[in-house]
Design a protein around this ligand. Structure first.
Ligand SMILES: Nc1nc2c(c(=O)[nH]1)N[C@H]1C(S)=C(S)[C@@H](COP(=O)(O)OP(=O)(O)OC[C@H]3O[C@@H](n4cnc5c(N)ncnc54)[C@H](O)[C@@H]3O)O[C@H]1N2
Ligand code: MOO
Ligand SMILES: [Mg+2]
Length: 423
């Protein structure tokens, strides 16, 4: 008789794991290499934006008061005393009746307090001098992009733990961050286990399968922002596996194994954890797939024993490993965001445990819809092709109907949420 495992709720399991999640360290990289990294520092505005009063248009700058009596019948004329391209400071201080020809982005000259676009100005020459006339009044500060109007100096703009995407990068460049302080990627060791596993380049032979979990999890680690150390495949041999895992722990921040966590004769991971004297946080979770997911901790290192079944392995990673990676990289929103969507089709399966259906989410006619991405079985790999979300169906329910509103957990996003969602 094997020992019967006691399942715990998913939220409880996530919370137990997160108790051991800790922030790691940082490194400095050139801004060019910061895409997809995570900020390890808060970013403040080191100067106002704009940093000077500037023209938002190609046109003329002058004193607004000079147009007080301008009208269709009584245009007001200005002598154009200077041209100011962007990047150039005007030399003149404008006097009454004078204007400068100014380009978008150029600083307003001294004495000017407004801009008029070319389109509402007439230009002409007289006695080799350049003039501009205008037929309407302009108010002071009209068409002036004021210093600090976008951002005041000292404003807290980007929070430590933010994923660096093109918008964040633009702000980093704006404030002169040629190098960026980013979270060091947590180094995650990865073993696949199973005597049945072939390498991706091997020919298929009877009874064996190619190792898909290794490449899948490596890809999930990369997507989550971690760094993977591929440690290879372990045959189902206790001593060799124990030794390899023990040694690997010296080299990585955390360790993932796939397979060998259930109750089979060759499922060695539980005994390996025992021999390592690692404390098992749980070995059964009230979820499908991935119920056999086992997480242990040795010292301050987490050991994730993900299921061997591909879909279960995939779900186990997203629910338990990804938030730990996010936390390691200073994220204040480490959990995948949850919302609601409408089911496109009946889902008649009863759910004794909380079910995480690999699903495809689409926005259609102003609503979010969700549908299973393929066969809903733990051993299935092909349903992962179109998976961009999990449909989270609560335990104890008897199936759902087309049009029902269900909970959805998004996977293809770098914006997480602060609190763990509850099942
Ligand atoms: N008597 C019971 N049997 C099983 C139970 C149970 O509760 N009682 N749970 C089932 C569930 S649920 C799952 S999920 C699996 C979990 O199995 P393991 O995590 O122990 O994984 P393995 O036995 O090593 O492999 C399971 C399955 O996955 C294939 N596999 C393994 N590694 C890979 C890989 N790297 N790439 C692709 N496929 C892989 C392996 O060949 C097996 O078919 O246990 C059930 N059994
Ligand atoms: O761990 Mo199993 O995936 O629940 O099917
Ligand atoms: Mg097994």
């Amino acid at each position: 008789m094997i020992e019967k495992r006691k399942p715990i709720e998913v939220t409880e399991a996530v919370n137990r794991v997160m108790t051991y999640a800790r922030e790691l360290t940082y490194e400095i990289v050139p801004i060019e290499e910061s895409d997809g990294r995570v900020l390890a520092e808060d970013i403040y505005a080191s100067h106002p934006i704009p940093s000077f009063d500037k023209s938002p248009y190609d046109g003329f700058a002058f004193k607004a008061a000079d147009t007080n009596y301008a009208s269709q019948d009584a245009p007001v004329s200005f002598e154009v005393v200077e041209h100011i391209p962007a990047g150039t400071i005007g030399k003149k201080t404008l006097k009454k009746g004078e204007a400068v020809r100014i380009m978008t982005g150029a600083p307003l000259p001294k004495g000017a307090d407004c801009v008029a676009m070319f389109e509402i100005c007439q230009t002409y020459q007289e006695n080799e001098k350049e003039y501009m006339s205008i037929k309407r009044t302009i108010n002071a500060l009209d068409n002036v992009n004021r210093k600090g109007s976008e951002t005041l100096e000292g404003t807290h703009l980007v929070e430590k733990g933010t994923y660096i995407h093109p918008g964040v990068k633009a702000v980093l460049a704006t404030f002169g961050h040629a190098t960026v302080c980013v979270a060091k990627k947590p180094l995650i060791g990865l073993f696949t286990t199973g005597t049945e596993l072939l390498d991706v380049s091997d020919d298929l032979v009877p009874g064996k399968i190619r190792n898909s979990n290794g490449h899948m999890i490596a890809s999930q680690i990369n997507r989550a922002g971690g760094e993977v150390r591929m440690l290879g495949t372990l045959a189902d041999d206790f001593e060799a596996s124990y030794k390899a895992i023990q040694e690997a722990l010296n080299e990585v921040d955390m360790l993932i194994t796939t397979g060998g966590v259930s109750v089979g004769d060759y499922d060695l991971m539980p005994d390996i954890y025992d021999k390592l004297e690692a404390e098992q946080l749980f070995n059964k979770v009230a979820m499908r797939p991935g119920s056999v997911t086992t997480v242990a901790v040795k010292g301050n290192q987490l050991l994730f024993g993900l299921s061997g079944n591909p879909s279960a392995c995939y779900v186990g990673f997203e629910l338990f490993v990804r938030p730990v990676i996010q936390k390691a990289m200073f994220s204040k929103q480490p959990y995948p965001p949850k919302s609601k969507a409408y089911l496109t089709t009946d889902f008649p399966k009863p759910n004794p445990f909380t079910r995480f259906v690999r699903s495809r989410v689409v926005a259609k006619d102003g609503q979010i819809w969700i549908e299973p991405a393929g066969i809903d079985k733990s051993a299935v790999v092909t349903s992962l092709i179109e998976t961009n979300a999990f449909m989270m169906l609560p335990g104890g329910t008897r199936g759902f109907k087309k049009g029902d509103k269900v909970e959805v957990i998004f996977l293809d996003t770098y914006q997480g949420q602060t609190e763990p969602w509850t099942t």
